[in-house]
Design a protein. Structure first.
Length: 241
């Protein structure tokens, strides 16, 4: 039996936000929506406008560096502290913080996946092992495309947000294990996707969503304008392999 070519790609790992969907409108709607929802019920926003909530989240995350990547927890605890300061008792503050976060997560999952993605994943799932690695708080199992991902790493909730190498290593271990040299990571962030994957020896499909178009790229990094270009890149890499 012939051993697999050392450069053959066996697994694909994917970022989620701004890779499978445009995340800016999602977050804009989510950020204002859940805060307005709470204000309609508690009336806190005149004293604590949205900008103050955002500032306090950053301050809270700085006070809890180990859990700074667990965005849902940071939001919940920031709201709880703020509602206590607003005058709610301990139980009320916790109850309204929990309810607001539940509403936030509903809005957060109101996502329009790029139209090419479902069919693309159908095809890729038959040829590669697939994993998702996200710093965000989207629960991929709540989306239809989640069925294609036997491995999902919620890196922030696991206290190892990208660019921490542990998120990538955990995904590769659960996929096989698969050595980094036989995996390709797909994501939009240079800092959180490209650099950590490259340092591990993975190849990278970089979604250049800001159209930076650098003149040169490190070996192993391939620029894509959009996720729809991934199958063509994989075909090219398979031909080279």
């Amino acid at each position: 039996m012939t051993a697999p070519h050392p450069t053959r790609i066996e697994a694909l790992t994917f970022d989620l936000d701004d890779t499978f969907w445009d995340n800016q409108p999602v977050m804009a709607r989510t950020e204002a929506g859940h805060y307005d929802w709470l204000h309609e019920r508690v009336g806190h926003a005149e004293r604590f406008p949205l900008e103050e909530y955002q500032r306090r989240r950053l301050e809270f995350a700085a006070r809890h560096p180990v859990r700074r990547g667990d965005f849902t927890w940071v939001r919940r605890e920031t709201l709880r502290e703020m509602l206590l300061e607003f005058g709610l008792d301990t139980d009320e503050a916790a109850r309204w913080a929990d309810a607001t976060i539940e509403h936030m997560l509903e809005l957060r999952h109101d996502i329009t996946v790029f139209e090419e993605v479902p069919e693309m994943l159908d095809a890729l799932a038959g040829r590669y092992r697939l994993a998702a690695i996200t710093n965000g708080n989207v629960d991929l199992t709540r989306l239809a495309i989640g069925e294609h991902f036997p491995v999902i790493i919620n890196a922030g909730e696991s206290l190892a947000p990208k660019p921490d190498a542990r998120a990538f290593l955990a995904a590769l271990a659960r996929l096989g294990p698969v050595p980094p040299s036989r995996a390709l990571h797909v994501g939009d962030s240079w800092r959180e996707d490209v650099l950590p994957a490259l340092r591990l020896g993975m190849r990278v499909a970089w979604i250049d969503k800001d159209d930076a178009r650098p003149a040169t790229l490190p070996d192993g990094v391939h620029r894509l304008a959009h996720i729809r270009d991934l199958p063509a890149l994989l075909g090219h890499l398979e031909t080279k392999g």
